[in-house]
Design a protein around this ligand. Structure first.
Ligand code: HEM
Length: 483
């Protein structure tokens, strides 16, 4: 092996980066000590902003393969042929906590998948809870503010945190379905290998004939679904706060594969208004008895990141990253997400974030966007504009593949709350739980809600009573509230 010698970031030989250059042994240090100045100033800039949410995560590389051709439903190139293997990168995360949080706390787990397809990157940025607490993305900053530590003390837990959380949720009761997942054992997890993933939002698939269907994504862990109870979660948060991150890394390092099956639910676009629930409302699941779930492919994770910061921290997922054959629905939450991710990533990572190793599409980008901080690509030639003749007219507009869908939207411009029932699915879910699941759900809510101020408790119990009278009564009893 050739010998490796220390250099500066300019590549110049460095003979000593352990002792600073000083007047005599005891200083002062000279301003001309470029070795010291470079080392310390690079260190001073090691941290980048953490994600505004989903800050703590773990990732792995692997591949995806469909079981059969899905050509009848979508023209997406990576779903046409069961022989086609598409590389993926996956990041699991905790939604609410910050970088130093514990892996087992009650929280939403993020489940983001980047498919490096031959037609560009396709991201499914999902969660491990199938529903979302809101119906309108303009409320998202309020939700995150209410979940994060308060702006006065920045303290997690305790009466102020509980009051802020339940204050918000009780005034946004469309969150109730989501709360029945978060406060069940689903909310406490010790391994990313055993959680499901859900796209939550509704997307559209379009085939070569221009026919569209609505689609919902589900990831099923092949190792089976496993949650832990709140006592185990609290204990592990103290003794092994990185347990889920370590478990994923160690499993793959030991040569074992981590596998998930991709399953979908499909709905004809024309049936949207025929359903007994609003299929584009992210607070709802699509009931499986009405819209069956079908397996369509398998994802295998088999390679750990070579460097956490480069591969995982700098990863940028976005629901806006779609490929031909996949489109957005009018789901308002999805519409809001289309903007938010790229916007925050331009701030968090810089405008050239898609040129970073994990984010770079395997099919090279070719357009006339240029420059900006940290640009490393060379724009070829003088014709940095379109249309041109000096650059041979390239790149040319990509050909349209297949027949495009015909969509027409008309309506009055309003700022209006989306209506619709908010209690039915949550109540149904409670009534179909086992006695043990009900007990844990009630105990977990009681533990948290009991810390909130009384008028907020009262408002929240009203919503639980409307969800299911038994659920509401058990919670009221648990927190000693007369109803
Ligand atoms: C109004 C709705 C939403 C908005 C505005 C929003 C916005 C954001 C933002 C700004 C980030 C940080 C991204 C980054 O720094 O790279 C993020 C991360 C994330 N969001 Fe959302 N989000 C919304 C809803 C959802 C929903 C419904 C899901 C699940 C289906 C979801 C799943 C995630 C995940 C998994 C991450 C972490 C991505 C990663 O691993 O890097 N979000 N979100």
């Amino acid at each position: 092996m050739p010998k490796r010698y220390l250099t500066s970031n300019e590549g110049a030989p460095v003979t000593n980066d352990q002792q600073s250059l000083s007047v005599g042994q005891r200083g002062p240090i000279l301003l001309e000590d470029t070795v010291f100045l470079e080392k310390i100033s690079h260190f001073d800039r090691e941290r980048i902003p953490e994600r505004v949410l989903h800050a703590k995560g773990a990732g792995a590389f692997g591949f995806f393969r469909p079981y059969n051709s899905l050509a009848s439903l979508t023209k997406a190139d990576f779903l046409q042929d069961p022989e086609k293997v598409t590389p993926v990168f996956v990041r699991f995360s905790l939604a609410g906590g910050s970088l130093g949080g514990a892996d087992t706390v009650r929280d939403i787990r993020g489940f983001s998948v980047k498919f490096y397809t031959d037609e560009g990157n396709y991201d499914i940025v999902g969660n491990h809870i199938p529903v979302f607490p809101l119906r309108d993305p303009i409320q998202f900053p309020d939700l995150v503010h209410a979940l994060k530590p308060d702006p006065v003390t920045n303290v997690r837990g305790g009466p102020i945190a509980a009051s802020r959380f339940w204050d918000f949720m009780s005034l946004r009761p469309e969150s109730i379905n989501f709360l029945t997942y978060l406060f069940a054992d689903n909310g406490t997890v010790k391994s990313y290998r055993t959680i499901p993933g859900y796209g939550v939002n509704t997307y559209k698939w379009i085939n070569m004939r221009g026919e569209e269907v609505y689609v919902k994504y589900h990831w099923e862990p092949c190792a089976g679904v496993e949650y832990i109870d709140s006592k185990t979660a609290a204990m592990l948060a103290g003794t092994d706060p990185d347990i889920a991150r370590r478990d994923l890394f160690d499993t793959i390092a030991a040569g074992q594969q981590v596998e998930f099956e991709l399953r979908i639910q499909i709905m004809n676009v024309d049936d949207e208004c025929e359903q007994p629930f609003d299929p584009l409302d992210s607070t709802n699941i699509w009931p499986e008895d009405l819209l069956p779930i079908r397996p369509v492919g398998k994802m295998v994770l088999n390679k750990n990141p070579d460097n956490f910061f480069v591969d995982v921290e700098q990863a940028a997922f976005s629901p806006a990253a779609i490929v031909p054959g996949i489109e957005f629905s009018n789901d308002k939450i999805l519409q809001g997400r289309i903007f938010a991710y790229g916007d925050t990533q331009r701030y968090r990572l810089g405008v050239n974030y898609l040129a970073l190793p994990t984010n770079m599409p395997r099919k090279p980008a070719d357009n006339k966007m240029q420059d900006g901080a940290m640009q490393t690509m060379y724009n070829e030639g003088v014709a940095n504009y379109l249309p041109n003749t000096l650059g041979g007219g390239t790149p040319m507009p990509a050909p349209v593949i297949g027949k495009p869908a015909q969509n027409h939207i008309a309506g009055c411009i309003v700022r209006k709350e989306i209506g619709g029932d908010i209690y039915y699915q949550a109540g149904f879910r409670y009534r179909t739980m086992s006695a043990m699941q009900k007990k844990h759900l009630v105990a977990n809510i009681v533990e948290n809600l009991s810390q909130a101020y009384e008028p907020i408790q009262r408002r929240m119990v009203e919503h639980f009573l409307r969800t299911d009278s038994e659920l509401g009564r058990r919670i009221a009893q648990g927190i000693n509230l007369m109803i």
